[in-house]
Design a protein around this ligand. Structure first.
Ligand code: DC
Length: 209
């Protein structure tokens, strides 16, 4: 079975997807990390994010075995990923890896922005996760503070809104719910509640409800 988790609040850096995958014994891929890794490669090589040809070259050369670096999880890299992920050549270069990851038994959970629409349109379960930008900014700020860093919640909120806007309005694989996706609003849920709600959705689909 393939479970596609998309939406502006899908990631929480992969926590929901990871928990769901662990529950079902499936493999998990946080696809945001591959776009973040492409952005990092472009910046590390001293190029501008606006250099589309360099971004495509970085995507083609990407080592998908190297997605664990904590450097990928910063807000700066999230914004940078949002820029390079708008290039169709970048998305095309990363397509086969994601498709292939999803295809192996016993099943996989992929989270991102276009899993249910483009990467795995035939996924058995599609969940589109939303939460208000204010709630997401609060969560994000608490995460940053928990790491011992300082965060300006208003600036975090501003970044979230800018990123959503860019992801929704790009021509290539824009962020949108697949018509057969189940909407999960986590604004009033903590992570435990969100995991339970996601499992309820999977179980309802499995039971044919
Ligand atoms: O989920 P995340 O914060 O790691 O994603 C970072 C950016 O990468 C996001 O703003 C848009 C892009 N992205 C994408 O275009 N498609 C995906 N499947 C996953 C992420």
């Amino acid at each position: 079975m393939i479970i596609a988790i998309d939406g502006p609040a899908a990631s929480g850096k992969g926590t929901l997807g990871k928990r769901l995958a662990a529950h079902y014994g499936y493999r998990h891929l946080d696809t945001g990390l591959i776009y973040r890794a492409v952005a990092k490669a472009v910046l590390d090589a001293g190029h501008q994010l606006t250099d589309e040809a360099q971004a495509v070259a970085a995507a083609v050369a990407l080592d998908t075995g190297q997605l664990e670096s904590p450097d990928l999880k910063t807000d700066v890299m999230g914004q940078a990923a949002s820029v390079v992920s708008a290039y169709p050549g970048v998305r095309a270069a990363l397509f086969d890896f994601q498709r292939d990851f999803a295809s192996h038994p016993p099943g996989a959970v992929l989270d991102g922005r276009d899993i249910g629409t483009i990467i795995c349109p035939h996924a058995e379960v599609k969940i589109f996760v939303v939460a208000s930008p204010e709630v997401r900014a609060r969560r994000r700020t608490l995460e940053i503070v928990a790491r011992g860093e300082t965060a300006d919640e208003a600036a975090v909120l501003d970044d979230i809104k800018k990123r959503d806007e860019r992801d929704r309005n790009r021509a290539a694989a824009p962020l949108k719910a697949a018509p057969d996706a189940h909407l999960l609003d986590t604004s009033a849920l903590d992570i435990e509640g969100a995991v339970r709600a996601a499992i309820d959705i999977v179980e309802a689909v499995r039971a044919g409800r």
